[in-house]
Design a protein around this ligand. Structure first.
Ligand SMILES: [Zn+2]
Length: 435
């Protein structure tokens, strides 16, 4: 994991948030390469789940929502973690993570289990208290109105369900998709971008006739599998599906599947897909006093749809993509080659263009011409004329560029260039117009 974190920092993928001021715990900033990778992942998701389907629609809701949203959803009351403080060193911990405890763990259980402070080794615990993870904020010039930064994007979809039905009137089943930021005041953010306080989600609420939920669940699960393998390039053997047992599921959910990934930090949840019944729409119907019923076209049949929710965390997915792509290879001369074997559709750059020698104007001129052509065609193309060719290749290997294009003296004669492959290191002559 540390190698990947270092690579991300060294090459401009991801930095600690506000690191110039010493950092801000639980936040991360994306550099030029990281933001491109992240955007590629989000765009591929949008294309796969929204644009290529007839049954999906997008929404983009505000981050600051009416606080009644979180009353209705139960977040105000129950979106909390058990917090305990060591009275010796004043470090804070999630009490349930200090051993085999449930979310309702109390101090006496820690004491009975002789749990010591992971930081100082002493055993002097404060009372465990439930700590709400929503970020509070004050709205208005005098700050009279309390609100929250949304802890999930899902509620911004549910609150727009009726708007979509009233304006677009889609046939059932249909899905509403949203990408955007969410905020959770994690007690102990950890494991690089895996658990942070500010992150991005990609969520779908898929509205179905309740009699068909099982079939629709299977179909969506199959789509998620296809997306992870085909579009994100994650190896099948590193992905595991976990049927969440009843006592671990949210009380309203009749089926939840967690998709886990073998990260270097262990097997952890990458995404989840949950059958949420009519829980959320019924909460809104009750709280807002507005009917959430769907009237089936051409009939008098009406009901509140049930919902299946595939939920992706962007940074967790990005971390899986990076981990799956990272490898080290022994090469000639006892050296190690670091390769980020990103799929071509995700790589920050598809091509790197360079002149064989930077002090030969005719080579540079031709190379600039090829560079401009490829940029116009693919967008994600970089230029590199630093150091020698070998060093350029190593750098492009590390940032995941699939192909390096080199313009040499033959290029001026016959219009071909050398194309060097990141994964095989093989080189071939290719006509510029074939790129
Ligand atoms: Zn301590």
């Amino acid at each position: 994991m540390e190698k990947i974190v270092n690579l991300c920092k060294r090459r401009g993928f991801i930095w600690q948030g506000s690191d110039v001021y010493g950092g801000m715990a639980g936040t991360w900033d994306f550099g030029p390469l990281g933001v491109t990778l992240k955007k590629r992942i989000m765009d591929e998701w949008w294309k796969f789940f929204v644009e290529e389907r007839e049954d999906m629609y997008g929404v983009d809701a505000a981050i600051i929502m009416n606080p009644r949203t979180w009353e209705a959803s139960g977040h105000t009351k129950t979106f909390s973690d058990p917090l305990v403080e060591c009275k010796e060193c004043h470090q804070r911990f999630r009490a349930d993570k200090l051993g085999e405890f449930g979310a309702d763990v109390e101090t006496k259980a820690l004491v009975a289990a002789k749990v010591k402070c992971p930081s100082c080794g002493k055993m002097n615990w404060s009372e465990v208290r439930q700590f709400n993870m929503m970020f509070e904020t004050l709205v208005g010039a005098t700050g009279e109105d309390e609100a929250y930064l949304r802890p999930e994007t899902a509620q911004g979809i549910f609150t727009n369900y009726k708007n979509v039905v009233d304006t677009v009137y889609p046939d059932l089943p249909f899905g509403l998709a949203q990408q955007g930021k969410a905020f959770r005041n994690e007690i102990s953010p950890r494991d690089f971008v895996f658990r942070s306080r500010e992150f991005s989600q990609m969520e779908i609420e898929y509205f179905v006739n309740p009699t068909t939920w099982e079939e629709q669940f299977e179909k969506l699960l199959a789509s998620c599998r296809e997306f992870l393998r085909e579009k994100m390039g994650l190896p099948a053997e590193a992905i595991h599906e976990l049927e969440v047992p009843e006592n671990d599921r949210a009380h309203y959910s009749k089926r939840t599947v967690d998709i886990e990934f073998d990260y270097p930090i262990g097997r952890e949840e990458l995404m989840g897909i949950a059958y949420r019944t009519d829980f959320d729409l019924m909460n809104i119907q009750r709280e807002a006093g507005k009917s959430m019923e769907y009237i089936v076209k051409g009939s008098t049949e009406r009901f509140v749809p049930h919902v299946i929710e595939p939920s992706f965390g962007v940074e967790r997915l990005l971390m899986a993509v990076l981990c799956a792509a990272y490898r080290e290879e022994a090469v000639e001369g006892g050296e190690t080659r670091v390769v980020l074997a990103l799929p071509e559709n995700l790589a920050p750059y598809r091509y790197c263009v360079s002149p064989l020698l930077k002090n030969k104007p005719e080579l540079v001129e031709k190379a600039r011409e090829v560079y401009a052509t490829l940029r116009a065609k693919y967008g994600r193309v970089t230029w590199d004329d630093s150091g020698n060719i070998g060093k350029r290749y190593r750098k492009q290997d590390e940032i995941g560029t699939p192909k390096c294009v080199v313009i040499d003296f033959d290029s001026l004669e016959d219009g071909t260039v050398t194309v060097r492959d990141r994964d095989t290191m093989a080189q071939e002559r290719v006509a510029v117009e074939k790129l």
